[in-house]
Design a protein around this ligand. Structure first.
Ligand code: FAD
Length: 292
């Protein structure tokens, strides 16, 4: 049994916002794969739950006329991976969330919950950082769009107010068009495993595919929050894709932009080694995909 004060199944956004406003113990729940575990552990025991998973605005993936892509917050990982728009334009995101947990977790867990829980280990976060995604938050005062790079404030905390609902994510066409990318998740086993480290690289190559026009690099579990590495990215701008010294410099520079911790999963030192190694390996995979 779960210690739940009250449960509201919201079918519209105003209904959800009103339920959150009216009860200061109320928190949002979507797939419940984090919330219900926290409740059972006692951390959120006695709270009221406002479910947002049946609100139409939070569903689906849309490609707008201008080419921008909107992803509903209640999109489960399984649906995201299978979605035709994601498969065609941002397959890396579908592949990244396909590494989450096992089939049951991917069928229930959502991308909105993955970002709003504030975890540095979230498997969608590094990819969304390399896509410059905007987090769309709806509250009593209206809607605001927060760049994902400004969304996290610390381990498990974000700029989202308790009474705000994340309706989804917006990715500009200029942030995915012409890019290819790869996400590497390092864990002790390949399923039912939270990342020891996650690395996302997106690349845009020159017309002759011989050099980098742009490179984007982000990590999960390399700092208290998911983190982007702009200094490392700058190293590879306009450099040849076969310039091994530049690639090594890219990976070494990434080490200056991270701050991993030691945990029972891995020591800080091992994570630093992974950060360097995965930058190189993930870059190589991203280049392979971009050259196809
Ligand atoms: C067995 C197991 C394995 C797992 N493996 C992984 C893994 O490999 N990788 C990984 O990244 N995660 C993993 N997780 C964690 C979890 O599945 C994900 O973080 C998932 O994305 C959470 O989504 P949810 O919809 O279930 O969120 P919920 O549990 O419903 O909510 C999570 C948090 O986000 C908030 N929230 C949810 N939706 C919204 C919204 N629309 N607006 C505002 N706030 C919202 C809630 O208030 C809560 O704070 C695992 C969990 C389990 C139980």
């Amino acid at each position: 049994m779960f210690d739940i004060k009250n449960y509201t199944e919201a079918y519209t956004l105003p209904e959800a916002l009103e339920a959150l406003r009216a009860d200061e113990d109320a928190i949002v729940v979507c797939g419940g794969t984090d919330v219900l575990i926290r409740m059972r552990e006692g951390k959120d025991a006695g709270k009221s739950l406002v479910s947002v998973r049946n609100i139409p605005e939070l569903q689906g993936v849309r490609r707008l006329k201008n080419g921008d892509i909107e992803i509903g917050a209640a999109q489960t990982f399984r649906r995201l991976t299978a979605d035709p728009v994601i498969r065609k334009y941002i397959p890396m995101l579908g592949e990244a969330v396909d590494t989450v947990g096992g089939p049951q977790t991917r069928a229930a867990g959502t991308i909105g919950g993955n970002i709003c829980n504030g975890a540095t280990s979230a498997d969608s976060a590094a990819t969304l950082l390399t896509l410059n995604a905007q987090v769309i938050l709806a509250g009593e005062g209206g809607t605001r769009a927060v760049p994902i790079g400004e969304f996290y404030t610390g381990p498990g905390s974000t700029v989202r107010e308790r009474t705000e609902v994340c309706t989804g994510f917006r990715i500009k066409r200029s942030d995915y068009d012409g890019f290819a990318g790869h996400y590497t998740k390092y864990g002790k086993r390949s399923a039912m495993e939270i990342a020891t480290l996650g690395c996302a690289v997106r690349v845009k190559l020159s017309a002759d595919k011989a050099s980098f026009k742009e490179v984007r690099l982000a990590y999960a579990v390399a700092a208290p929050t998911p983190v982007r590495c702009p200094k490392a990215e700058a190293v590879l701008k306009n450099r040849r894709i076969d310039d091994d010294a530049a690639a090594q410099q890219f990976a070494l520079t990434a080490l200056t932009e991270v701050n991993p911790r030691s945990s029972w999963r891995a020591s800080r030192e091992f994570r630093m080694q992974l950060i360097r190694e995965l930058a190189l390996r993930t870059l190589k995979e991203a280049v392979e995909k971009a050259r196809v």
